[in-house]
Ligand binder design. Structure first.
Ligand code: NAP
Ligand code: MN
Length: 264
């Protein structure tokens, strides 16, 4: 079995990364940056999001583990003081895998019938560069609403505790393969109307965002952000792929939620 470590890049994370390499080599494991069986992310949730995007072409075979060096991480189960325990577990235990659903985003462009697809572990957001964002929202090919406001956030269950939560979205357990659409400051008055509540779609449903005015958008996929021109539609649905986490100890999702947001 081979592994690789991705560090956030600060001194503490780098020191921990070096220790992980030393200790895992001492246990006879080999490292492979190109085709790792295990990717250990050391840093924060942002580091794990980066690791996910870096190895998104290997989701079938690679499992992820997170060690957090900052405050409690949502994807990072292990603290620096548990490194020996983690090393021992990786070296001696069979990997127990937990799978979490992902979001697939397919952007269809006006010209050349071009498409581009992305996978998000947390969410995708869509906003305009300037002016009010106006989008027709279709669900399973049927018009649902004309949305006016700042933008929309489409999140995965494990991403529901991130940006989605700040928008008033619900926290969804990752065993529910679903996506959630949350509004960003919708315009609601006698003339313009949106549903106003976050929507949760099951895995066999899809949602299309179709621009009404403008075709230039600011799109984010997890920590990545870019401008897209000539956008004709953006399709969001639960991806066929899943992310696999290597679990060596139980850390139930609701315990994580409590530890992050409520405390002891
Ligand atoms: P960041 O600015 O460090 O992320 C913002 C915060 O979200 C950090 O505290 C991060 O934890 C935490 N976080 C990330 N994923 C989470 C999850 N699934 N559940 C709970 N908390 C989570 O930027 P980043 O580290 O590159 O992360 C990108 C993410 O930031 C985006 O995917 C988006 O969800 C989030 N974001 C949130 C808002 C908002 O709440 N208004 C706005 C923009 C982006 P770490 O410090 O451990 O990284
Ligand atoms: Mn971060």
């Amino acid at each position: 079995m081979n592994f690789t470590v991705i560090s956030k890049g600060d001194d503490k994370s780098n020191e921990l990364m070096n220790r992980l390499y030393d200790r895992l080599f001492a246990h006879g494991l080999t490292s492979d940056q190109e085709k790792p069986d295990i990717v250990i992310s050391v840093g924060g949730d942002g580091t794990l999001l980066y690791a996910f995007q870096r190895y998104r072409h290997r989701l079938k075979t690679t499992a992820f583990v997170g060690v957090h060096t900052g405050h409690l991480g949502f994807y990072a189960d292990w603290v620096p003081g548990e490194i020996e325990k983690l090393v021992h577990a990786i070296a001696t235990m069979r990997i127990q895998v937990v799978e979490y659903p992902l979001l697939e985003v397919v952007i269809q462009f006006d010209r050349e019938n071009k498409k581009q697809s992305f996978l998000a572990l947390n969410e995708a957001t869509v906003k305009t560069k300037e002016g009010t964002f106006v989008m027709d929202v279709e669900i399973n090919g049927e018009h649902f609403e004309r949305f006016r406001g700042d933008g929309l956030c489409i999140s995965t269950p494990s991403g529901s505790t991130a940006y989605n939560k700040a928008l008033g979205g619900a926290i969804i357990h990752p065993s529910l393969a679903s996506i959630q659409i949350a509004e960003m400051a919708s315009i609601n008055n006698r003339v313009f109307r949106t549903i106003g509540s976050p929507l949760i779609l099951p895995s066999h449903h899809y949602c299309d965002l179709k621009p009404v005015t403008g075709d230039e958008f600011l799109i984010t996929i997890d920590y990545l952000s870019f401008e897209q021109k000539n956008v004709r539609s953006i399709r969001c649905q639960v991806a066929k792929e899943k992310i696999r986490f290597a679990r060596y100890k139980p850390f139930p999702f609701w315990d994580r939620v409590k530890a992050s947001f409520i405390g002891d």
